[in-house]
Write a protein that binds this ligand. Structure first.
Ligand code: ZN
Length: 404
């Protein structure tokens, strides 16, 4: 396999693939499979994809008979945080309560995150993002929600900017001040604080989306509405964590406000799924969160897809679901969630890019798009679902440069 030197620019040709998956918008097979295709890249952008024949290029990357496909888009993560919850996880694996004093839940992570400034948060989170890149993820949505106070939430957003530059990965930020109620805070006062933080987030362009955790024990439907409407008023597009542990009715709010995504959906009613589908809202499914949390009511992705809902997959990497691999997500989505391999790949690329508001830029191999692509060590894309736990990514190209 010939590899282009890091930093090479000019015309770069990726050829010698067993198959190229474009995952383009109108692909009838969902993944746009082209046997033996090539990808031509110039100045970091895709110029042409398909059966290109002989093409002049400054650098040729031989895919060595592997699969070439778009970089994964991980459209729901909490990758920026301080501390570890391994003690809590290990105790729950043993079926016992965590010992006294170990960090538990969102508030446990908040305690470890709040003292860290943006620099320290970036240092703590960079290894996770590098691991994600090595597993083929080139675009990451990253939520706040472990500061749970204005200054600490802003520091999390500033850390995203440092990480995007230093790791070399695209990050789309989401302000999730309403992730949980911090201990000791009055409900109304904290909701007011979340809303009061939104203008600074918007003015400094620190986030694209505003998200709310609407569920039993978190934020009510009325509180969620106030926060999401305040975000919209400042140009932050809505996303909603909903119905993970109870039925909230927030699907109706998401439909009404034109949310980009609804995430979790464990207890969302069939009629609500139909309305979300009709409104063009994307459902984000995170099978490894259901696995790690041993969720009593795991989401069945195929049921949602059969109801017409556009599905995107994500790791939900966070202190309670510590995974960097969209490939393992695909493996679970196929066998536990009933998706076909093609459905799962599309939900991890083009549809995940739409869930992140950047389908015009990444998520598929199409002329004009950013040249983010993977070369796999297999000639069959189905191996992404079949080879459980294996990292099939051998080369990652981001913005036309080999970065892994
Ligand atoms: Zn989440």
């Amino acid at each position: 396999m010939t590899v282009a030197p890091c930093g090479s620019r000019g015309r770069l040709l990726v050829t010698g693939a067993a198959e190229v998956l474009t995952c383009a918008a109108g692909a009838a097979d969902l993944i746009g499979r082209v046997p033996g295709g090539s990808v031509l890249i110039e100045d970091g952008r895709i110029v042409a994809v398909g059966s290109l024949g002989a093409v002049a290029a400054d650098v040729v990357v031989d895919a060595g008979g592997g699969v070439v496909m778009p970089g994964f888009v991980d459209c729901h993560t909490h990758v920026v945080f301080g501390g570890s919850r391994v003690d809590e996880y290990a105790a729950r694996c043993a079926g016992s309560e965590p010992p006294p004093g170990v960090p538990i839940g969102i508030v446990g992570t908040m305690t470890a995150t709040r003292p860290l400034d943006a620099r320290a948060l970036a240092d703590a989170s960079a290894p996770r993002l590098r691991e994600m890149l090595a597993h083929g993820t080139t675009t990451v949505e990253s939520k706040t929600g472990y500061g749970l106070a204005r200054g600490a939430e802003i520091a999390m957003l500033e850390a995203n900017r440092l990480l995007a530059d230093e790791v070399g990965i695209d990050i789309v930020a989401t302000y999730l001040g309403a992730h949980a109620l911090p201990p000791g805070a009055g409900r109304a006062a904290y909701v007011d604080e979340v809303i009061a933080t939104i203008p600074e987030v918007a003015e400094r362009r620190l986030a694209t989306f505003c998200d709310v955790y609407c569920d039993d024990g978190y934020f009510t439907l009325d509180e969620s509405r106030r926060i999401l409407e305040a975000g919209l008023a400042h140009g932050l597009r809505p996303k909603v964590h909903l119905d993970a542990y109870s039925h909230t009715g927030a699907a109706g709010l998401a439909t009404e406000l034109g949310a980009t995504t609804v995430d979790h959906l464990n207890h969302t009613a069939a009629t609500e799924i139909e309305a979300l589908a009709a409104a063009g809202v994307i459902g984000v499914v995170m099978p490894l969160l259901d696995f790690a949390a041993q969720h009593p009511h795991p989401v069945h992705a195929r049921t949602l897809a059969d109801a017409g809902l556009r599905i995107a997959l994500a790791t939900d990497i966070c202190p309670g679901c510590y995974t960097a691999s969209m490939q393992v997500v695909i493996q679970h989505a196929c066998r536990s969630g009933g998706l076909s391999v093609a459905q799962a790949i599309r939900a991890s690329t083009f549809d995940a890019a739409a869930a992140t508001g950047c389908a015009d830029r990444v998520g598929s191999l199409e002329a004009g798009k950013q040249a983010d692509l993977l070369i796999l060590d297999t000639d069959r894309h189905e191996d992404l679902a079949y080879r459980i736990g294996h990292n099939a990514v051998r080369i990652v190209v981001r913005q036309g440069r080999v970065v892994v």
